[in-house]
Write a new protein. Structure first.
Length: 307
């Protein structure tokens, strides 16, 4: 699906393509590919790079075309709740195309944001910077949700340590790793873009500073949450190990306590003279001795805190 967007007071959608408008393509179909390759003459190698879900942030030049790939966050309902995917920004003198192979909340939110704030995006460099800035904002938004998910999982684990909650924490930890590498890659892209767009018409120091600050905040936040989550996982691993040790000690104590009456009963159950054959209360005495020794063993284990 593609949209033709032109910036007036914010981006508004046009029915057809005109020079210097922004062509936004999400989840492209065959018709979209034909339009990009045949009508706009977009290099096919650029589209192949963007289609790779593991593509790292970078820039590439082919003729007068510039490809800028950044990583943007996305929420999903798969094994990993949050992930990142590449967003390709393809530009030349009068064409600006963004291609993403999945529908995301970020792009539509960015378009609505420009309308609400009546933003005027003057050139392609500013559009790329604002998209990177928007990605940083969404990284921070998802990081807050991840922090809430971690807190909820911790509360569940405090009640009862279940494999499902531990696996959920592991998935969130994996997400933080993806976020970390993606944010760091986007930071590098900002530096490369500054060296590419050196013309005075592209200078916007305030916007560049805002983008760098927002990316650094996202980068620091993801590192903090990652450290907290790592510490939490280590703490629960220690708790699980301690619980196992406690259970093993209790089981060993019970086995020893039960072994005492079993041993006495074994001795007096043998077909030999045990000097109590003619004693009227022999059975009662043996049972009482067994109970006494077992109780004594129980008190010893309580004293050394094995119970």
């Amino acid at each position: 699906m593609r949209k033709y967007l032109y910036c007036e007071t914010g981006f508004v959608e046009k029915p057809n393509w005109i020079p210097n408008c922004w062509v936004n393509v999400e989840s492209p179909d065959e018709d979209d590919f034909n339009f990009l390759k045949n009508e706009l003459k977009v290099p096919e190698s650029f589209l192949e790079d963007i289609s790779d879900t593991d593509e790292r942030p970078h820039t590439d030049v082919e003729g007068n075309w510039l490809l800028t790939i950044i990583r943007i966050p996305m929420q999903q309902n798969k094994s990993i709740p949050y992930t990142t995917l590449p967003l390709g920004i393809i530009t030349n003198n009068e064409i600006v195309v963004t291609v993403c192979f999945q529908n995301t909340e970020m792009i539509s939110d960015f378009i609505n944001h420009t309308r609400r704030k009546s933003l005027s995006v003057r050139n392609k460099y500013e559009l790329i910077l604002r998209l990177i800035y928007s990605s940083a904002v969404w990284f921070l938004k998802y990081l807050k949700q991840i922090n809430n998910d971690v807190t909820a999982a911790e509360k569940e684990l405090e009640k009862s340590i279940r494999n499902e909650d531990l696996l959920q924490l592991m998935k969130l930890q994996k997400t933080l790793v993806y976020f970390n590498t993606s944010i760091r890659g986007n930071e590098v892209i900002v530096g490369k873009l500054q060296s590419i767009f050196q013309d005075k018409d592209y200078k916007n120091k305030d916007l560049v500073e805002d983008v760098v600050i927002e990316l650094k905040q996202a980068y620091n936040t993801v590192n903090i949450y990652s450290d907290i989550l790592t510490g939490t996982m280590d703490a629960f691993a220690s708790i699980i190990s301690n619980n196992v040790n406690t259970i093993m000690k209790r089981m060993t104590s019970i086995s020893i306590i039960l072994m005492v009456p079993t041993l006495i009963a074994s001795f007096y159950g043998m077909n030999v003279d045990v000097h109590l054959n003619n004693f009227q209360y022999a059975f009662t005495v043996i049972v009482m001795i067994s109970i006494f020794i077992s109780a004594l063993a129980f008190m010893i284990f309580r004293k050394i805190r094995w119970f």
